[in-house]
Design a binder for this molecule. Structure first.
Ligand code: APR
Length: 244
C-alpha cells in the first residue's frame, strides 16, 4: 500500500468517528456490535429524555467514564497525533471528532474540535445557570446528580439527538473546511449530520477526499474520491508511514 504524501497540502482536515476508538475498547454505535443495534437512539438519547428520565442518560453514557479510566489511545489516535506534530509550520491541521471519549487529546492531538462534546465533563441542564462545565470522574449510575447552584439536574456535557452542535464548534468547522485541500474521514458510518455533510463542503472547495473505514459507507457518498477499507488502527500507520 502506497503511503500518503502530506507535504503538498496546506490545510488538512480529518474527521473521526467511533471506529477510531474501537481498538481502545470503546463500543461503536453502528456496524458490528454497535450500541444502537438493539436500541433506538432517537428514543433513548433524545434531548427530551433530559426532562422525562435524566438518570437514564447517565446510565447510557456515564459508564463510559469508568471504561475510560483504563482505556488507552490506540495506533489510530497516535498516528493522527504524530502527523499533526510532524507537519511544517505553514501547514494547518484540524481534527474534527464526533467521539466524546477525549482519546485524541490523550494521544497528543492538539487542534481538536469535539463536535459532540466530551463525556468526561459535567454541566448544568439549566441554560441560565452560571455553573461552568467541569471534569467529573463519577459515572452517576444510581443517583441523579443535582446542581449545587440552582438545584437543576446535572448532565453530561455531550450533544444529544435533537440538540444543536455548540456554535463555537460549528464555526471552527466551517472555518477549517473553507480552504481545506485534503479531507480524510476515518471510522465513521457517515450517517449523522452535520458531520456526514462535511465531505461535500471539502469537495466543493477542491479538496482531495478520502474515506477510511472498516466497511463501505451505506449508501455510498459520491463526494469521497478514494476509499481504504480495513481497521483504522492498522491502516493509518501504513498509510501515514508511521511505525508502532
Ligand atoms: N477501524 C475502522 N472502522 C471501524 C472500526 C475500526 N477498528 N471499527 C468499527 N469501524 C466502523 C464501523 O464499521 C462503522 O462504519 O466505524 C464506523 C462507526 O460508525 P458509528 O458507530 O455510526 O460512529 P459515528 O459515525 O462516529 O457515529 C456518529 O452517532 O449516535 C451517534 O453521537 C454518536 O458521535 C456519534 C454519531
Amino acid at each position: 500500500m502506497q503511503s500518503l504524501d502530506f507535504s503538498a497540502y496546506r490545510n488538512i482536515v480529518v474527521l473521526t468517528g467511533a471506529g477510531v476508538s474501537a481498538a481502545s475498547g470503546i463500543q461503536p454505535f453502528r456496524g458490528q456490535g454497535g450500541l444502537w443495534k438493539d436500541i433506538n437512539p432517537f428514543v433513548v438519547a433524545d434531548v427530551s429524555v433530559l426532562e422525562t428520565n435524566p438518570l437514564s442518560i447517565w446510565q447510557l453514557f456515564g459508564k463510559l467514564r469508568t471504561q475510560l479510566e483504563t482505556a488507552q489511545p490506540n495506533a489510530a489516535h497516535l498516528t493522527l497525533a504524530k502527523l499533526e506534530a510532524q507537519l511544517s509550520a505553514s501547514q494547518k491541521f484540524t481534527l474534527i471528532t464526533q467521539n466524546i471519549d477525549g482519546l485524541h487529546q490523550r494521544a497528543g492531538s492538539l487542534n481538536v474540535i469535539e463536535l459532540h462534546g466530551n463525556v468526561n465533563y459535567t454541566r448544568c441542564s439549566n441554560h441560565t445557570c452560571s455553573l461552568t462545565s467541569y471534569l467529573d470522574k463519577y459515572s452517576h449510575q444510581e443517583l441523579l446528580p443535582i446542581c449545587q447552584l440552582c438545584n437543576s439536574p446535572l448532565r453530561l456535557d455531550i450533544v444529544l439527538f435533537g440538540e444543536q452542535i455548540p456554535v463555537k464548534q460549528e464555526w471552527l468547522v466551517k472555518q477549517s473546511l473553507r480552504d481545506c485541500d485534503l479531507f480524510i474521514a476515518i471510522g465513521t458510518s457517515g450517517t449523522v449530520w452535520p458531520a456526514a455533510n462535511f465531505v461535500r463542503s471539502a469537495h466543493y472547495v477542491g479538496a482531495r477526499t478520502i474515506f477510511i473505514n472498516l466497511e463501505p459507507m451505506k449508501p455510498q457518498n459520491p463526494y469521497f474520491q478514494e476509499e481504504y477499507l480495513g481497521l483504522a488502527e492498522e491502516l493509518l500507520p501504513l498509510l501515514f508511514n508511521y511505525e508502532y
